[in-house]
Ligand binder design. Sequence first.
Ligand code: ZN
Length: 294
Amino acid sequence: MKKIAFTACFLAAAVFTARAADKIKVASFSTIDTEIVQQIGGDHVDVAGLVKPGVDPHEYEPTPADLRKVNDAQLILTSGKHMENYLNKLQEATGGKADMLQVGDHFSSLKMKPDEGEKSAMREDPHWWHSVSNVKQATKIVRDELIKLDPADKAGFEKNANTYLAKLDELENWVKRKVAELPRDKRKLVTSHDAFQYFARDYGFTIAAIEGISTETEASNKHVSDLIDDIKKQGVKAIFLENTLNPKVTTEITRETGAKIGGTLYPDGLGTGEASTYTGMMKHNVSTIVDALK
Ligand SMILES: [Zn+2]
């Protein structure tokens, strides 16, 4: 009796192992990439999302446990456009075994001014996902990579990608309709760090950022007083906080200008609650911006 139970148990374990081994193991360093690869890969992928929702990707560093996941993976997904300053660690951890797909590097970049005090020249803006059309491109890039790694499941990946792309089309139409509620001369976006250039390009906004490109630099007094003058002159009605930032400087600006706090935006990827999906995050950001500036 005991022996039979043991055998049954052993068989079940063997079946489970075979199924798990069929899956493509993915390590993802972008919450956006994580959603895309899960939507397209479905049951055929086993995804470790190592940069978690609500985590500031500018400050994230991989832990030893994260690097063990990288060592296990067949595919590494990064945000790209120099968001990750730890690529050498990832390369070391894979030992060249895995494909590394730097998703954002596959479409055109907008440039950023360097942060104050920084000597380097213009650099790429890494916040590409605030353009729905960039996310559609990212979807096609991830789809093609999964097909390359697992050609037998090509039809399934294509079907899932088409379903997700249709959702993105619907989202893009919704964004355009929502933004159209706001006259062009009111499309001025003042946020804590400079994350919304791709959004501004696609949907006709101009932007001013309280800090620079990354969340690591603090705004200088001169920069803040210039910004205060600018907000007063242009009659900007609202400015926006971000979920990964300290709102101290923002409070000073609202006191000086009379602009109100328009709400909190998600600049650096997915969050929790309504912002735990890409569609939810975009709808939150766009509604917050448009409703506060109207
Ligand atoms: Zn950012």
